[in-house]
Design a protein around this ligand. Structure first.
Ligand SMILES: NC(=O)C1=CN([C@@H]2O[C@H](COP(=O)(O)OP(=O)(O)OC[C@H]3O[C@@H](n4cnc5c(N)ncnc54)[C@H](O)[C@@H]3O)[C@@H](O)[C@H]2O)C=CC1
Ligand SMILES: O=C(O)C(=O)Cc1ccc(O)cc1
Length: 359
């Protein structure tokens, strides 16, 4: 029998999920207080509009965090036979409110796809958003095994890798891997506001990498941070202590030659290398150890295509590609990621063909 999934809240996540589930043959019905949002989701292939008398097997609440528990409770009461989950970025406060409501919480299991974008709304939805990403499933002592299984089934169907953990453990983990990174990106980006154009114009890929998520929706993120205040505060205190230690080291260099300062800086940067190396690849794979070959690409039609053809003709597998291109510059730098064994053969072949290659 086809599983009927009701998506309540058809923004970025709800619409992406609707598209992904529809592609997998689920029956998806859509609901949102915004008539425009729900029609756009329908038009993007996320499912059909909800109708009176629908009896979903599973309800996914993809509404903003501050209304999620209320919408979950309403769904538990409206559909006494349905499993209900939500996808909000915080879990413990929502679970607490659902339990306190007196609704049948045995059919509620929280969840959180660790996939998203820095844009909101149905228009930004992608059917492949969850592919290869972690999806946390958050049962609680009173939830049924059936509810956990149903939610796991949905997440797996859209290509995600399920991790089961209790709400408090989830909230502590995402404080470190998602919520504090958002604050860090916002702080760095906020510092750019008053910079002269001549300085902002020098921005390279590093700044773009560090600040991409600073473009995220402030209303959503205010709710996320408020919903996980304690865990975020604890991680941020650690960050504050680290920043303070760096400032002391730099004070030392500025004021008195700074004995020990270089050691402090170097230890921080090495610790960063170690932490960075732990970030898993897609599908939870071990971090890929690729090396970069940087090639100067003239700003002329077809130059990048020619480079990619030359890489392919050299028989070398291109694992990733970044193009660095400052405004008004006559050349860009293509950073080609390859396995370490391919670095030297690629460099030699590209140089033979006349490309300028850098470390
Ligand atoms: N944006 C992201 O990258 C991620 C977001 N999440 C979580 O997913 C949930 C949705 O986030 P987005 O899709 O990014 O937000 P969004 O702003 O794109 O969409 C939210 C949708 O919920 C609707 N909505 C508002 N009040 C509602 C209510 N009372 N009942 C039903 N729907 C209501 C809005 O009209 C809107 O269409 C949030 O709880 C967020 O924490 C989870 C993972 C990633
Ligand atoms: O844009 C990105 O890279 C994200 O990591 C988005 C994101 C935002 C909120 C979440 O709860 C989970 C993921």
């Amino acid at each position: 029998m086809t599983t009927h999934v009701r998506v309540v809240g058809t923004g970025l996540i709800g619409t992406s999920l609707g598209i992904a589930l529809s592609n997998k043959g689920f029956q998806v019905s859509l609901e949102d207080p915004s008539p425009t949002a729900v029609r756009l989701a329908r038009d993007l292939g996320a499912g059909r509009l909800a109708v009176e008398g629908d009896a979903p097997d599973v309800v996914v609440v993809a509404a903003p965090p501050d209304v999620a528990s209320r919408v979950v409770v309403e769904a538990l009461r409206e559909w006494p036979g349905a499993v209900v989950t939500d996808v909000a970025s915080v879990k413990e406060s929502i679970l607490r409110e659902v339990l306190a409501s007196g609704a049948d919480a045995s059919r509620y299991v929280g969840s959180h796809p660790m996939a998203g974008r820095e844009r909101s709304g149905a228009a930004a939805a992608r059917g492949d958003l969850f592919d290869g990403r972690a999806w946390v499933v958050v049962p609680h002592p009173a939830s049924s095994a059936t509810a956990t299984d149903q939610v796991t089934h949905l997440a797996t169907a859209v290509g995600a890798a399920v991790r089961v953990m209790p709400a408090h453990e989830h909230d502590e983990a995402v404080a470190a891997v998602s919520h504090v990174p958002q604050i860090a990106a916002s702080i760095v980006a906020a510092g750019l506001r008053e910079l002269p154009e001549s300085a902002v114009g020098l921005a390279g890929q590093g700044l773009r990498d560090v600040t991409r998520i600073a473009a995220s929706d402030p209303r959503l993120w205010t709710q996320i941070l408020a919903g996980n205040a304690q865990a975020v505060r604890d991680v941020l205190r650690e960050v504050r202590d680290q920043v303070a230690a760096v400032v002391v080291a730099l004070d030392g260099l500025v004021d008195d030659g700074g004995e020990g300062s270089l050691g402090t800086l170097s230890r921080l940067l090495e610790a960063g290398n170690l932490g960075h190396a732990r970030i898993p690849g897609k599908h939870g794979a071990a971090p890929a150890a690729y090396e970069l070959v940087s090639v100067v690409v003239p700003d002329e039609p077809g130059a990048l295509a020619r480079l990619l053809t030359d890489v392919g003709a050299a028989g070398i597998n291109l694992e990733d590609l970044h193009l660095e291109h400052g405004l008004g510059q006559a050349v860009g730098i293509a950073e080609i990621a390859v396995v370490p064994a391919s670095v030297e053969p690629l460099r030699a072949e590209l140089e033979r063909l006349g490309w300028r290659v850098h470390d």
